[in-house]
Structure formats: C-alpha cells, structure tokens
Design a protein around this ligand. Sequence first.
Ligand SMILES: [Zn+2]
Length: 521
Amino acid sequence: MFNKSFFLLLLSLISGSGLFSQIRISADFDSGSIGSYKLIDSVWFFRNSNDSLLTLSYEIESRFDPLNPVDTSLRPSARWYHFRMEGVKGKHIFLNIKNSEAIRPVYSYDGVNFQRFETVENIYRGSVNKIFERDTVYISHFVPYPYSRHKAKLKEWKAVDGVLHEVIGHSSLGLPIEMLTVTDNSVSDVGKKRVWIHGRSHPSETPASWHLEAMIEEILSDSPFAKELRRNTIFYLVPFINPDGVKGGYSRSSSTGVNIEINWDRPDSLTMPEVKTLKAALGRVTKEKPLDLLLNMHSQISSSVTYWIHTAESTTANFLKEQQLLSALTINYTPFYRPQDQSFSAMAPRYAEGWVWDRFGEKTLAITFETPYTYYNQDKDGPWVSIENLAQLGYSTLLAVSDLLDLDKENRIIADTDDNRVSKRNWEVSYDPSSIFFGDTFLVSKKEGSSLKYKLNLKKGVYTLYCWKVGPTAESYPAETNRWVKRAKVIQRRDGNFTYRIKSTNPGEKADAILLVKEFE
Ligand SMILES: [Zn+2]
C-alpha cells in the first residue's frame, strides 16, 4: 500500500530528473575554461512534504593546456577554471574540482563581481558546496581578469593626456599586443629613469593583473606622487603579453601550448610571436639607453608575495644587493610581504630577465614579482587576497620602485651618503655588497660620537624623516633591519637649506641614506 509521502517522493524524483537536465555548465566565454564535468550523485532532502532540497554532486575536471610543442617534457598545467552553471537556484551543489587547487575559490552571480566561497563552503580541499541564491553562477579559481577588462582599461588609459599607445605586435591568433608609454612630455627625457613593466604571460595568474592595474592607475593619476613619477620616469607598460592565453582560458600557455615565459632562448623558428614582439619592443626602447628596471608580473600558488631574486653566483654580488634593496623597500611598505618570503633562483637565458641580463648586465634590474591567489604571509587566519589588497600592494610596490630609483624628488626626498650633500667625520666608507644600502657605499662609524651631516635644499612643508637601517643581504633578515626607521618630524618654514645631523652611539654603527616624506593635510 502506498502512502502519501511515497507518492510525493515518486513525483519529486520524476520532476527531479527534469531538474538535473536544467543545470547547464559551460565555459564558452572570455577567459572561460573547463575540461569535463559529470553528475556523480543526487539526492532529495525532505524537511516536510512541502519543503525539499535537491543536492547535486558534480565532478569537475579542470582543462589541461595543450601539450607544449617546444618544451615537450613540460607537463601541461590545468590551474585555471572559470565556468558558468545555470539552473542552480535553491539547489545544494557539491563540486569536486580536479587537476587544480580549490582553496576558497570565487563565485559570482553576474560574471563581474566575485566573492570567495566561505571556509564552511570549502571544508575539503578541492571541493566546494553551496546552496546558490540565483539561477546563474560563475565559478573561478580567482577573480578573473579577462581580455575584455584589459581592452576596457586600455581604452581609458590611452585617453589620458600624454599617454602614447602602440600596437607593438600580434599574438599567434592575431590579437594585438599593446604598449603604453607614459611620461611627462613637458620635461626633457634626458636624465629620466626608464621602467618597463609587463604582465600576464601566464593566463591563470589574474592576481598579477589586478596588482598591475592598480600600479598603472596610480602612475596615470593626478596625485603629487604620480606627477613626480612621470616627471622623472619613462614607463613602458605592456599589461597583456599573452592575450590568446587569457581569452582562451589557458593556464600557463598561449593557445599553441607554449609557455611563453620560458621561450626567450629559442631559435627564431621556435620563438613565439608574443616573445618576438617583446624582444623587438625592448630592442627599440633600449636603443639609446638601457632600462633601469624591468618588472615581470606573476602570481604563485604559494601563499605569500615574493620577488624571484637572482643569486650572486649567477649574476654579481652587487646585482644581488640591488635586487634585495628593491625587495627590502617593498617589504618596508606592505604588511603582505616578509623577509622570510623572499625567493632566490639562478639567472637563466630562457626567461626575459636572462635575455636582458645577457645584453645589459647590472645596468637593468630585471626581476619577477609574484602575488598569491589565497592569503598572505602563509597565514590563512590573516587577510585573504582580494582586488582591494592587491591594489594596496600595487601602491606599495610603486613606493619601493620610487625609492630605489629616486623617482620623486619633491615629496620623497632621498639624500644618500654617496652624494656631496653629506659631510662626515670619523666614518669609514664601505663598499661591502653583503649589506643592503643605497648607491655604491654606506658608512661605518670608526668610534663613538662620529658625526654626520646631511645638508640639502628643502621646500617649505612638513616632512617625516627616516634613516635607512643597513642590514645583511641574507635570504631572510630581522624585520627591524633593511628598512626605513622613523627619526624625526621636520617643519621647514621656508624654501632653503635643511641640515640633519647624526652622531654614532658606538663604533661599527652603519649609516646610509635618509628619506624625507612630505606630509599632505
Ligand atoms: Zn607565472
């Protein structure tokens, strides 16, 4: 004999099978990617005869890049997934995501505004479960930065007064590779520093694009800092070097399967058009003068920020010191990067950095910067990576670059012990590159009470004065060294001379640059 609830169950099962087929999974859009998917299981939960919940469990396989035809021993990556599910409203969806990481990935109901799955929705590594509130949901490894966003931002940026926009070449599939040249055209280029930044050779590394976007926004802004950057720098900005890879939702390759990041030392016949394009543009802009800095923007699965610092053995002790100065300055300006997170590797010709090193050596500091996808400082109880904190990190990165190359001479005045604005008594000049310092030398006190006088021209205003605390070029170092230490507040009542004196408290004390940061009310 059938009772009422059995009939209801039967009805639900019949209609339920209809409901399953209403869930559609697709990735045929900009930056979309999925390998395969299948429904593993489904079950109805009944709270009462009128209230039931359908639970569906899917296995998702993230899509592998094509086999790399140039580096055939490389295992293709499948890190990137970004797909749409339709028909999910009010259903409890379990996803088991394979071939990639699913550590609190992100979802969106409109494909634009993404948020992370909560910890309780991602209890098991690789899986997510959630009862969705809308019918359509986009699920992705991290907040996408698709080709369309790149094009929209470029349109905005190239409309800014004085920005030069060029198509410097084309991808395998014929998409433009675009460069912005940014400088203050009312100032002569003689004496300007030259900074090249490119990004997104690896399409899955979207945090890198959010980080770089924030840097470009600041460089183009009306802030006093940005104006000074443009007065003293020519920026060459190539935000998207692998448009095919991004648009097609690849992980580490272009549409051809080639990882263009390691394609710089190949014969012409095996060099991808994207890399040829960059080589040609780099050749052109360095014709009269080498770059001072080249930043190569990436993201890494390790939950920390880092630079890939080239070892002294593969470069020089002095080059290591310069790289570590940039790294230490960045650590100085952000809570999201620590001394122990620094990474080291050998300079190698297969990378852009190696190609630049072979041509310009120490003259160009070429280095890769990595942002995480998950959280910072290996601390999952701390802040998780978001567009907002990547933007903060972008600003911090620019402050570090500015100090390294002395790009803001109005609001961030640096006086180094190398220059003639400093007079000294009883200090020994040291060239030791196993310490991190500005310029070619720093000073070591010969005895207690050695005096040092920084004398410079300073415009009227209120400043905070910092002294650089010289520390070691170790793989990690105490957080209180290799940083700016706040020393004084300076009120300069009129434009003119400013003098700052230091007296050493013991022999062996080290001294280097000072920094005066202008305060704005
Ligand atoms: Zn990368």
